[in-house]
Design a protein around this ligand. Structure first.
Ligand code: GLN
Length: 536
C-alpha cells in the first residue's frame, strides 16, 4: 500500500512549494523508494492549456498529451521519472467528472455536494495511485492555506489521512519566516497564524519547513515547535539557496529523508546523492560562460519559459559552463536589431498569435546570416521556415496561416485533422510522437540514434507543398513523423549550428540527464565564444 505525504503552503505564494515537493521526492527516491508527485490546482480551468502564460507561467506537456501545471516539470526534472495526465488534479477536472456523473444519473437522486462528492472524487483520484504500487505518493496542494478555493482539497486530505490510519500519511507545511530589517529579527508570527488556520480545519502539520533568508536560531525553532504543536526536530530550516538543484542536498543535510521515513514507519537505507553533488559542484565551480538570447513574447514573466530556461542550464552543466540567459521582447527586436548584439547564440521558443512574429523572424535572419548558433522550438521552427522562404526562396510575403489566413505563400499551414476542431481545450497535436532522423544529419549525430520520441503542442505544421523548393535552396528536413509525413526537424548544413524542431525537447531535459540538443547547442556556442575571446 502506498504511503502519502501532503504538502501545503502558508503565508504567501511563490515560496517554492514545487521545488520543495520535488526535492523531498528526490531524496526519498534516492533512498530506493518508488515515488511519484501529484499537483492539486484549485482553479476551475479543467487544465492550464487554455490559460495565458502571463497568468500562469508555462504549460507543461507530458508524454500522454497532458497540458499541465509547470510544477509537473519540476517533478520530472528532479525525479527523472515520467508524469502522466492523472498527476495534475484541478478543481475544474474534479467538478467536470462529478457534474458528468450527476447528468448521467449516477448519484441516484442524491443532492450532489462539495462534501462528500467533490472531496470523494478527489480521494478517488489519489487512490488510483495506490493501484500503481508506488511506495510513496507526494501530493502538493496549490495555493496558500486560508484561500477559499483550496478548501475542498484540504478537507479531502484530512479525510484521506483518517481513512488511511496513523503512520500511513504525513502533513508537511511550508511557510515563510521573514526577516524584518528595522528590527534585525526573524519573525515567526506569520507561521503561527498559518498553522493555526490549518489546525482550524483539522490538519496539524507533522513537519514545518521554514523558508528563510537568515539561519533560523534554535530558540525560534523551539518557539515554532511549541506554538505550532510540531516536535522540535521536525521544524526544518529551509534556507535560501542560489541554485534550486542544491535544495535536495540541503534537505539531505537536515536529515529530512530520515525524519519523514521514521514518521511513515519505513526504513531509511540512506540516500545516494552523488549525481546531485556532481551537478552542484559543476554549477559552483564552472568558470566558462555563454550568453543566449531568448527572443520571446512572454519575457516579463520568467516562468513562462521555465522548461527552456532550465534545459539551457542543463546544457551548460553537460559542458561544464554557466549559461547567461537574456530574455528579449520580440516586438522590441523589430525596431531595435542592435538588441541582438553580443549574444553567443539565439533561441526562438514556442508561442501563439501574431505579436512579435516579425521580431523573431528578424532575429533568425540575423543568426542565419551571421553564422550565430540558432535553435528554434515549435513556433521558432515555423518562424525559421518563414524567414527562409522570404529571404532565400524569394517567396515574397510567405507566412503562416495562423497569422495571415490568405498568405500568398502559406509555408506553415493548419494540420488537416485540426481544421474541423472548435473545442479549444486539449485539442492540439499533443504529447509524444516518434520521429525518424536522417542518416548523417546533425540531429542524428546529436541524438546518436535514428528513432526518437519527443513531445508536441501545436496546430500548425510545415506545408509540404514547399518541400521541393526548400530542399533545392539548401534546407534539410532531417526529422520526419513518418506516419503523416510531417517535417519535425530542419537544419542548414553549411551553418555553424542552425537547427529547429517542431516539438518541445525542453520538456525532456533534467540536470542529471541534460537533453542532447540543448547540450549540443550550448557546446557550439562555447566554441564560438572562446574563438571570439581569443580574437580580442
Ligand atoms: N502557434 C503555433 C502552432 O499552433 C506554434 C505552437 C507552439 O509554439 N507551441 O502551431
Amino acid at each position: 500500500m502506498s504511503k502519502f505525504i501532503f504538502i501545503t503552503g502558508g503565508v504567501l505564494s511563490s515560496l517554492g512549494k514545487g521545488i520543495a515537493s520535488s526535492s523531498i521526492g528526490t531524496l526519498l527516491s534516492a533512498n530506493g523508494y518508488r515515488v511519484t508527485n501529484i499537483k492539486c490546482d484549485p482553479y476551475i480551468n479543467v487544465d492550464p492549456g487554455t490559460m495565458n502564460p502571463f497568468q500562469h507561467g508555462e504549460v507543461y506537456v507530458t508524454d500522454d498529451g497532458g497540458e499541465m501545471d509547470l510544477d509537473l516539470g519540476h517533478y520530472e526534472r528532479f525525479l527523472n521519472h515520467r508524469m502522466e495526465k492523472k498527476n495534475n488534479i484541478t478543481s475544474g477536472s474534479v467538478y467536470n467528472t462529478v457534474i458528468q456523473k450527476e447528468r448521467a444519473g449516477k448519484y441516484l437522486g442524491q443532492t450532489v455536494q462539495v462534501i462528500p462528492h467533490i472531496t470523494g472524487e478527489i480521494k478517488n483520484r489519489f487512490r488510483k495511485f495506490e493501484q500503481d504500487n508506488y511506495d510513496i505518493v507526494l501530493v502538493e496542494i496549490g495555493g496558500t492555506v486560508g484561500d477559499i478555493e483550496s478548501l475542498p482539497f484540504l478537507e479531502a486530505i484530512r479525510e484521506f489521512a483518517i481513512e488511511k490510519g496513523r503512520g500511513e500519511t504525513i502533513f508537511i507545511h511550508l511557510t515563510l519566516v521573514p526577516y524584518i530589517k528595522s528590527a534585525s529579527e526573524l519573525k515567526t508570527k506569520p507561521t503561527q497564524h498559518s498553522v493555526a488556520s490549518l489546525r482550524q480545519i483539522g490538519i496539524s502539520p507533522d513537519m514545518i519547513f521554514c523558508r528563510t533568508e537568515k539561519e533560523l536560531p534554535e530558540d525560534l525553532r523551539r518557539k515554532i515547535s511549541l506554538f505550532c504543536n510540531t516536535d522540535y526536530n521536525s521544524v526544518i530550516e529551509a534556507l535560501d539557496v542560489g541554485n534550486i538543484y542544491e535544495v535536495p542536498l540541503l534537505y539531505h543535510k537536515k536529515n529530512v529523508d530520515r525524519i519523514i521515513l521514521e514518521k511513515l514507519h519505513l526504513p531509511c537505507p540512506g540516500a545516494q546523492m552523488k549525481r546531485w553533488q556532481q551537478v552542484a559542484t559543476i554549477m559552483r565551480t564552472a568558470r566558462k560562460k555563454v550568453r543566449v538570447g531568448i527572443i520571446g513574447k512572454y519575457v516579463n514573466l520568467r516562468d513562462a519559459y521555465k522548461s527552456i530556461d532550465e534545459a539551457l542550464t542543463h546544457g551548460g552543466i553537460k559542458n561544464r559552463c554557466l549559461v547567461e540567459k537574456v530574455f528579449i521582447e520580440a516586438a522590441h527586436v523589430e525596431k531595435n536589431p542592435e538588441a541582438l548584439k553580443n549574444l553567443d547564440g539565439i533561441l526562438v521558443p514556442g508561442g501563439f498569435g501574431m505579436r512579435g512574429i516579425e521580431g523573431k523572424i528578424k532575429a533568425i535572419k540575423f543568426a542565419r546570416e551571421n553564422n550565430i548558433p540558432f535553435f528554434g522550438i515549435c513556433l521558432g521552427l515555423q518562424c525559421a521556415v518563414i524567414e527562409f522562404a522570404r529571404s532565400v526562396c524569394k517567396l515574397k510575403g510567405a507566412n503562416t496561416t495562423e497569422i495571415e489566413a490568405k498568405a500568398p505563400y502559406p509555408v506553415i499551414d493548419i494540420m488537416e485533422e485540426q481544421k474541423e476542431i472548435t473545442d479549444l481545450g486539449g485539442s492540439m497535436r499533443l504529447g509524444a510522437y516518434p520521429c525518424r532522423l536522417e542518416r548523417g544529419s546533425r540531429a542524428a549525430g546529436i541524438y546518436k540514434t535514428r528513432l526518437i520520441e519527443e513531445r508536441h503542442r501545436h496546430r500548425y505544421e510545415f506545408n509540404n507543398a514547399y518541400r521541393e523548393i526548400f530542399l533545392k535552396k539548401g534546407m534539410r528536413f532531417t526529422g520526419i513523423f513518418e506516419k503523416s509525413d510531417l517535417a519535425e526537424i530542419i537544419e542548414l548544413p553549411g551553418h555553424k549550428w542552425f537547427l529547429a524542431v517542431q516539438f518541445h525537447p525542453e520538456f525532456k531535459s533534467s540536470p542529471v540527464a541534460p537533453h542532447p540538443l540543448f547540450a549540443s547547442f550550448i557546446g557550439s556556442m562555447l566554441e564560438t565564444g572562446i574563438k571570439k575571446r581569443q580574437k580580442k
